[in-house]
Design a protein. Structure first.
Length: 293
């Protein structure tokens, strides 16, 4: 099972002798499944069924659904003209022209534009065929959307995997630098104490005790161990696939916490540079995860 992006597009078309129905789906990232459905009034009866299908087959994301129906029947309905009302309009227009001394004639086009003289009653829709058409077109649109989201998800997974490799290299470098950082600190302290005390000898016992205390204070073994466990854990979740966005977001939070702790404990410029690199990579991972289902 592959991971899926929440960004995608899908289109489905159903066509028969009587109608053509087109469904388009557009999705972007969202914390939950958020559906926005826009369809003709004649399909209102089928909206609940459409929502159920989408909830069953789409895990997460803001999904916009557009449905368009084209009536291909020769008999599309009945066009009616209210001639009596039209005559009343004409009579009123003539009387107004006479009383006001105005110029101009009321035309047929003017009468049609009034909106209540000419009416159209569409032929009754076949709800069974409409439901069948929507089911088929929506199913195809969801399949196309799922394919695009899966492709994009696979691309994201490959890129994130390469970023995990980069993280591992940096973490290993920090592990190599950590002991050297302690030695450098001990040498600097010894030099400063010798400079201040001049001819007074250093109590090696106390000095070693202070260094042991400092070493315990700045030790980052646990943080490195946890970071080294988070990297394969992240990779395992990716390989498992499915709806993993929320899981990976939690792992990234833990990675960031360990990196921050390492940065606060170590004052070595080389370690600081590594921490900056780690945090940049983690932030890139976080941005990519926000688009995973």
């Amino acid at each position: 099972m592959t991971v899926k992006s929440m960004t995608g597009y899908g289109k489905g078309v159903y066509e028969s002798d009587n109608l053509k129905l087109v469904v388009e789906l557009k999705s972007v990232n969202h914390r939950f499944l958020d559906l926005s459905i826009k369809m003709p009034k004649q399909l209102n009866f089928a909206e609940d069924a459409a929502r159920r299908m989408l909830k069953e087959r789409v895990g997460r994301g803001h999904v916009e659904v557009y449905v368009n129906v084209e009536d291909k029947r020769a008999d599309k309905g009945v066009l009616a003209v209210d001639y009596e009302l039209a005559r009343q309009y004409l009579a009123a227009a003539r009387e107004m022209r006479g009383r006001l001394g105005a110029d101009g004639e009321l035309t047929v086009s003017d009468l049609i534009k009034t909106g209540n003289i000419v009416s159209f009653t569409p032929a009754e829709a076949d709800e069974d065929e409409l439901a069948k058409a929507l089911d088929a077109a929506l199913g195809d649109a969801i399949a196309a959307l799922d394919k695009m989201r899966s492709t994009e998800g696979a691309n994201l997974a490959r890129d994130m995997s390469s970023k995990l490799d980069e993280m591992k290299i940096v973490v290993d470098k920090v592990a190599e630098l950590a002991p050297d950082t302690l030695r450098q600190h001990a040498d600097k302290v010894r030099e400063r104490v010798s400079e201040y005390l001049k001819d007074v000898s250093i109590d090696e016992g106390k000095f070693l005790n202070e260094m042991a205390f400092f070493a315990d204070k700045v030790a980052i073994d646990e943080e490195l161990t946890r970071l080294n466990s988070h990297i394969p854990h992240f990779r395992a979740i990716l390989e498992k696939g499915g709806a993993v966005g929320k899981q990976l977001d939690f792992v990234v939070q833990e990675m960031n916490r360990e990196s921050n702790t390492i940065g606060s404990k170590c004052n070595d410029i080389r370690v600081a540079e590594c921490v900056v690199s780690l945090k940049c990579t983690i932030e890139k991972l976080r941005e990519q995860i926000q688009n995973l289902e």
